[in-house]
Design a protein around this ligand. Structure first.
Ligand code: IPM
Ligand code: MG
Length: 356
């Protein structure tokens, strides 16, 4: 049966990088991959056209799709808008409405890019971490939230970090399952020394571990985890953590690999539907210049094929094609080093299609 893919490029470089990922899908289509792509608006671009960052039409398209391919949202232009209609709300709304609670963010160092990392090659070579980030709960969505005026006229801002036991359990289950197919180690990251909610997080993960005792479980406070990620990142296999800690740690892990422009992600719900996006943002400073790195988005397509379309062999092919273009010495500006060949966004996309 034809699989439906909602393509939502969003803002800034989202447009350019998604165009390259679509080229890869189109190439596979010519070889018989049975998919149908529909384009929709999200983020600031959607706000400009319709007055909301997540139009009903886009949400309906995403809900009806087997998978969503998303670029990035946000930009200077929309920064002064009310937070309720900012581009980021489009992305957060999609995550919440589709129930995409499990965010998988692999941080893999391609050997070809060992020099692109700001860390010493011996610290990062061979790096292969999977960050499992809870994506539909925690402080991102907790109520109450807002800014109120106190009696003395001073403003007070507040957000709520809240997790239910069931939310912790299902994300920890995902982490244990993934670890079972990899290095069989899970590190759960919390701030249990200060925050009750993450003390409960730790208890729930420990309870679940009783049924997953084939996996080695450790716990780490988030401040230490940030330090360990730059000190000795290869100690980690799978890390599981809250929405906000995962947001921060995944950017940190990304830089170990040389560039945030290399890292894909998958966000899955209980039905196996998924949204696939690079972990980087819309990079308004370089938008429209044809210099952004499309590889994170192309690798997100590989994750889509693997997790939502049951096409693991095609996913492997895309990943191999990416390695091949790196072997050929092709580099976008973010991963460029002396002696390599600097290419544009579209040249990189064409090269991956050719290498397929
Ligand atoms: C990410 C991004 C988003 C987040 C923003 C754009 C809302 O930083 O996907 O990591 O904070 O989750
Ligand atoms: Mg982030």
């Amino acid at each position: 049966m034809t699989k439906k893919i909602a393509v939502l490029p969003g803002d800034g470089i989202g447009q350019e990088i998604v165009a390259e990922a679509v080229k890869v899908l189109e190439k596979l289509q010519t070889e018989g991959l049975d998919i149908e792509m529909q384009h929709g608006l999200v983020g600031g671009t959607a706000y400009d056209a319709t007055g909301t960052p997540l139009p009903d039409e886009t949400l309906a398209m995403a809900k009806a799709a087997d998978a969503v391919l998303l670029g990035a949202v946000g930009g200077y232009k929309w920064e002064s808008l009310d937070i309720a209609v900012r581009p980021e709300k489009g992305l957060l709304g999609l995550r919440k409405e589709l129930g995409l609670f499990a965010n998988l963010r692999p941080a893999i160092l391609y050997p070809q890019l060992a020099d692109a990392s700001t860390l010493k090659p011996e610290i990062v070579s061979g790096l292969d971490i999977m960050i499992v980030r809870e994506l539909t709960g925690g402080i991102y969505f907790g109520q109450p939230r807002g800014v109120r005026i106190l009696e003395n006229g001073e403003r007070e801002g507040f957000n709520t970090l809240v997790y239910r036991e069931s939310e912790v359990k299902r994300i920890a289950e995902v982490a244990f399952d993934i670890a079972r197919k990899r290095g069989k180690r899970v590190c759960s990251v919390d701030k249990a020394n200060v925050l009750e909610v993450t003390e409960m997080w730790r208890d729930v993960v420990n309870e679940l571990h009783k049924d997953n005792s084939d996996i080695e479980l450790s716990h780490m406070y988030v401040d230490n985890a940030a330090m360990q990620l730059v000190r000795a990142p290869k100690q980690f296999d799978v890390m599981v953590t809250t929405n906000m800690f995962g947001d921060i740690l995944s950017d940190c892990a990304a830089m170990l690999t040389g560039s945030i422009g290399m890292l894909p992600s998958a966000s899955l719900n209980e039905k196996g539907q998924g949204m696939y996006e690079p972990i980087h943002g819309s990079a308004p400073d370089i938008a429209g210049k044809n210099v952004a790195n499309p590889l994170a988005t192309i690798l997100s397509v590989a994750m889509m094929l693997r997790y939502s379309l049951d096409e693991a062999a095609l996913a492997d092919r895309i990943e191999k094609a990416v390695e091949k273009v790196l072997d050929q010495g092709l580099r976008t500006a973010d991963i460029y080093s002396a002696g390599m060949q600097k290419v544009s966004t579209s040249e990189m996309g064409d090269a991956v299609v050719a290498a397929l």
